[in-house]
Design a protein around this ligand. Structure first.
Ligand code: LLP
Length: 402
């Protein structure tokens, strides 16, 4: 990847995505589930650029969406309705209505109250809404607490008893059609055991529902497969698939899997330019043109991202904090990171930035969002232009007179 050339052509800060890498990741996971019916439903939130979604659509991917905006993106990008699912704890009536009208594969319901709303809205529309229930198996996924979701302490899903009650209610309703069951215990998972345990618990529930003639078709295992940011030991997709399939003996279900990070994180690079070096006492800072509004993960989770300096001299390393221009001490990409001496306009490449990078960005400090570029078969193309000042104020200028 010729980052210098890309930076010259498109400017910095810049997101660059390796579409070939995304293809390889998708194929590896799909292959792992070979021999079983499966749908990989790309978790759109990881990187919701339309061209990224379209790239997965072309490979036959479905989409896991968490707002009606994401559902609309999935449709726009060419994902067929029958491969789109809609999850999330707080769907509004309008979102539920539109999802039902668009006839998506199913809505992942996260509470009894939500089930009631879905039933009511489906009744108004005179249809039976396809649903799946998100079960919270109370398993500790051993990941960062902010991205852990499968414990009762977390707001997600319902406990096993409630789930069973909800399935019975749904099965008896004219306006609900229970077709699936869902769990997602967390993100950036690097241990297989919690996933296996969760799958076992959920598969047992499926069996107990089967026994009372509630037959579900989709076993939705969520997303969460971890990736290498640093020196993590990873779960291999094959082992992941085997662990899940091993819990489904005797059940003829289609696997639905919602990976986000696994498909896009290591396809993405955030390219930023060195503005200044400065020293406060013994502390050395490298100030770059990208900031927390572009890539929030280090500030929010203290997340590690590998950083490479595109300099001739790769030696003479010193420890520096790499910081952006935003007026917050939390605006950093790394602390005490070993980098060679840098000059004005040298480039830094921040790795593993393809998931939860651009999408978690903001316009804080009236900073326009970066451009996004896709590279495929050695060819680069712009997939989102850089935001300019006019974009940032467009929704306010009309009201200036008041
Ligand atoms: N399915 C559900 C229901 C989810 O909540 C998530 C992620 C996924 C699938 C996709 O998970 P993945 O395969 O990408 O791990 N902003 C955080 C990650 C938040 C994840 C939220 N849910 C980060 O930057 O690490």
């Amino acid at each position: 990847m010729d980052f210098k050339e890309l930076a010259k052509e498109y400017g910095t800060p810049l997101y660059v995505y390796d579409f070939d890498y995304m293809t390889a990741q998708y194929n590896e996971l799909k292959e792992a589930f070979r021999g079983r019916k499966s749908i990989i439903a790309y978790a759109v939130k990881a990187n919701s650029n339309l061209s990224v979604i379209k790239h997965f659509a072309k490979m036959g991917s479905g989409a896991d969406c968490v707002s009606i905006g994401e559902v609309r993106r999935a449709f726009l990008a060419g994902i067929p309705a029958y491969k789109i699912i809609f999850s999330g704890v707080g769907k509004s009536d309008a979102e539920i209505r539109e999802a039902i009208e668009r006839d998506i594969l199913y809505i992942n319901v996260e509470s009894e109250a939500e089930l009631g709303r879905v039933e009511l809205i489906a009744k108004e529309l005179n249809v039976a809404a396809r649903i799946s229930i998100r079960v919270n198996p109370n398993i500790d996924p051993k990941t960062h607490p902010y991205i852990s979701t499968g414990l009762h302490d977390n707001k997600f899903g319902v406990d096993l008893d409630s789930a069973k009650r909800m399935y019975i209610k749904a099965n008896n309703s004219q306006n609900l059609d229970p077709v699936g069951i869902h769990f997602h215990i967390g993100s950036q998972l690097t241990e297989l055991q919690p996933i296996r345990e969760a799958a076992e618990i959920v598969a047992d529930l499926v069996r107990s529902l089967d026994a009372i003639d509630i037959e579900l078709k989709f076993f939705d295992v969520g997303g969460g497969l971890g990736i290498k940011y640093d020196n993590e030991t990873l779960i291999q997709p094959y082992d992941y698939a085997q662990a899940i399939l091993g819990t489904l003996t005797g059940l003829d279900m289609t696997i639905l899997c919602e990976p986000g990070r696994f498909l896009t994180a290591n396809a993405g690079y955030f390219v930023t330019k060195v503005l200044y070096e400065k020293q406060n006492g013994s502390k050395k800072f490298v100030v770059v043109d990208g900031a927390m509004n572009d890539l929030l993960r280090p500030s929010l989770y203290n997340a590690y991202h590998e950083i490479e300096a595109l300099t001739e001299n790769k030696d003479d390393l010193r420890e520096v904090d790499i910081v952006g221009p935003v007026c917050e001490s939390g605006d950093f990409f790394a602390k005490d990171y070993a980098l060679p001496p840098l000059n004005h306009n040298d480039l830094l490449v921040i790795k593993s930035a393809g998931a939860y990078g651009f999408g978690m960005g903001s316009n804080y400090n009236t900073r326009g969002r970066s451009a996004e570029v896709a590279v495929e078969n050695g060819k680069a193309r712009l997939i989102r232009r850089r935001e300019n000042f006019d974009d940032l104020i467009a929704l306010e200028t009309k009201y200036l007179e008041d």
